[in-house]
Design a protein around this ligand. Structure first.
Ligand code: GRF
Length: 221
């Protein structure tokens, strides 16, 4: 039976390359997804242009207009609700969301993070990986709860750390892998294969002990 089209809100703060990857996948009919709204907390976020070109409505909700977190979160939640978003995707959204917001969207709010969680929560992940001398790193997609980068991890992709790597080269190599991971993971939601239950990830109705790993062919191992 064909699944109905999932409605997503995408929150961004920066270049929006992951938003663009989602738009491309929709255009290629790889994803049965409708992005019903893009929200940026910055009016100068370069990613806004991707939304506009694709005809997706954009809301800029700035902390200049809503200096308190609660009122900012409420404004974001209001536009998402008016857009009737089923799933909320944090794709490079650099503002922390408070507990009321994360509770309201519990199980429907996911974030893309550039490390193999639970390692390196927070910022500056590439330099911390290099300083630790890790031989691999990667990206994770997790359900969002009130604790930073701490919700149940749905999926990951790994890349090796090469001897000459610096933070820029790591970021450049991880970027395209993040795009693939995001598209493949959102596809699981579109196909009704992933849910949230009792603080854990349910894949095909069963709790998973480890995050799903993206293979080289772009599907999960
Ligand atoms: C990604 O590296 C993601 O892991 C992090 O923010 C970055 C967003 O990049 N949370 P873009 O704005 O999608 O290009």
């Amino acid at each position: 039976m064909k699944q109905s089209c999932l409605r997503a809100g995408v929150l961004i703060s920066g270049t929006g390359s992951n938003l663009k990857a989602l738009i491309n996948a929709i255009d290629c009919q790889q994803l049965n997804l409708k992005i019903v709204r893009v929200v940026s907390n910055r009016g100068d976020a370069a990613g806004i242009k991707h939304a506009k070109l694709a005809g997706i409505p954009v809301s800029v909700i700035s902390k200049l207009d809503f200096p308190e977190r609660q009122s900012h979160d409420n404004a974001v939640a209001d536009v998402l609700q008016k857009s009737d978003a089923d799933l909320v995707i944090l794709a490079g959204y650099m503002r922390i969301l408070g507990e009321d917001f994360t509770n309201r969207y519990c199980g429907r709010l996911i974030n893309l993070h550039p490390s193999l969680l639970p390692l390196y929560k927070g910022l500056d992940t590439y330099n911390r990986v290099l300083q630790a001398g890790d031989s691999e790193t990667g990206a994770s997609i997790h359900f969002v709860n009130a604790d930073l980068d701490s919700g149940a991890v749905i999926s990951q992709v790994k890349i090796p750390v090469l001897p000459d790597d610096d933070a820029l080269s790591l970021r450049a190599r991880l970027g395209p892998m993040e795009h693939r991971l995001l598209v493949a993971t959102v596809k699981l939601f579109c196909n009704g294969l992933v849910q949230y239950g009792n603080g854990a990830v349910l894949y095909r109705g069963r709790e998973i002990a480890q995050p799903l790993q993206l293979g080289n062919d772009g599907s999960f191992l």
